[in-house]
Design a protein. Structure first.
Ligand SMILES: Nc1ncnc2c1ncn2[C@@H]1O[C@H](COP(=O)(O)OP(=O)(O)O)[C@@H](O)[C@H]1O
Ligand SMILES: [Mg+2]
Length: 350
């Protein structure tokens, strides 16, 4: 248990009114390491509400993917969820037997990944694969499942779906493959869709089209959308709230405007300065974050960001105490920085 566990009750993700559809509380996940278990997700609490887009950002290795794989019971052995709750409309997914969890995946909550090829089987047609998803979960004749699949392909804007349904994955472009995977992910009308870097492998125009599609589907169905991304431009454009992760923990969480205009964690500021985003003038110089992302097997004893932090300056609390999640000037804007108050006037729009 870390110091932040004391911040648990009752809904630490602070979702807007309406209540969270997915509420992750104090989630921790470990993998075995050479010198014992390594905690790669530590006491993460986030929630997302119907109709909302939550962006999850952070350098590679910060625990974004493992957080959501853990939530779905998909973390590969010997990885192991060591604590927490994952409430989907009130049901704790981590307590469900495997069979029941499998039924809920796809039906109530589903996930799409970065590489659309990895989610598609090259030896079956696109149509076969969507039909299989439908028939695995619903009593449906082959014929009506096929008709539904055509509707789904049309829904994700695949042109000429009656014909393209019989194509194999290799006959689709990267963008179309991602659309087909999204069609499979929404086939059973889930309440939550987790998109893990869904556009990283695609070019810029196609990226925007996929994000427009996800947003449109979110609006049509009222599902909650979790968007894991490196791309702050996409975050600025499409997210309602932002969760910044570092070293397997949440560094900052808040409404998009609050996090972008008044970041309360030095890591958020450094991250925003190091990668381009919508407000970055073309002539602006990007400042890489000095040092390396932390090795989860050897996290610093205090704040994981302390060794790279412009604000810590050797302070003892930063070095020795894992910061809890402080509510900042707004209760729904959380920061895990002992000294967030000192960041008051800094804005990322430099
Ligand atoms: N199967 C695995 N076995 C061991 N360590 C893993 C495994 N998957 C992920 N990790 C480790 O967990 C940490 C978080 O990874 P991940 O969630 O994939 O990061 P992100 O998605 O933010 O890039 C990393 O240090 C990564 O090396
Ligand atoms: Mg990842």
């Amino acid at each position: 248990m870390t110091a932040t566990s004391t911040q648990a009750a009752p809904s630490p993700g602070l979702a807007p009114a309406g209540g969270p559809v997915l509420d992750i509380r104090n989630l921790s996940t470990q993998f075995p390491g050479e010198d014992g278990p390594v905690t790669v997700v530590s006491d993460v609490s986030i929630s997302v509400s119907a109709g909302e887009t939550l962006a999850v950002v952070g350098e590679s290795g910060s625990g974004k993917t493992v957080t959501f794989l853990s939530s779905l019971g998909l973390v590969a052995k010997p990885g192991r969820v060591t604590g927490g709750q994952v409430l989907l409309e009130g049901t704790d997914l981590l307590k469900l037997p495997q069979g029941e969890l499998r039924r809920l995946r796809g039906q109530r909550i589903s996930m799409v990944f970065q590489d659309p090829l990895s989610g598609l089987n090259p030896v079956f047609t696109i149509g076969d694969q969507i039909v299989e998803v439908l028939r695995a979960h619903r009593r449906m004749s082959f014929r009506s499942a096929r008709e539904e699949s055509i509707r789904l392909l049309a829904r994700v804007h695949i042109p000429d779906p009656q014909r393209r349904i019989d194509d194999y994955p290799h006959q689709f472009s990267g963008g179309m493959r991602q659309r087909a995977l999204i069609a499979m992910a929404i086939a059973l009308a889930p309440k939550v869709l987790i998109a893990d870097e869904p556009t990283t492998a695609l070019d810029v125009t196609v990226q925007a089209q996929i994000l427009e599609l996800l947003t449109e589907l979110r609006d049509d169905t009222g599902m909650a959308l979790v968007l894991i991304t490196h791309d702050l431009g996409l975050v600025a454009r499409y997210a309602h709230r932002v969760c910044v992760m570092y070293g397997g923990r949440i560094a900052e969480l808040g409404a998009l405007d609050d996090v972008f205009t008044a970041p309360r964690h030095p890591y958020t500021i450094s991250l925003f300065r190091s990668i381009p985003h919508l407000d970055t003038p073309p002539e602006a110089e990007l400042t890489p974050i000095e040092g390396q992302p932390p090795n989860p097997a050897a996290l610093p004893p205090g704040c994981a960001f302390e060794p790279r932090c412009f604000q810590a300056r050797g302070r003892n609390d930063c070095k020795t105490i894992v910061p809890p999640r402080f509510a900042t000037t707004k209760p729904a804007h959380l920061s895990a920085c002992h000294h967030w108050r000192e960041l008051g006037d800094l804005s990322i729009q430099t």
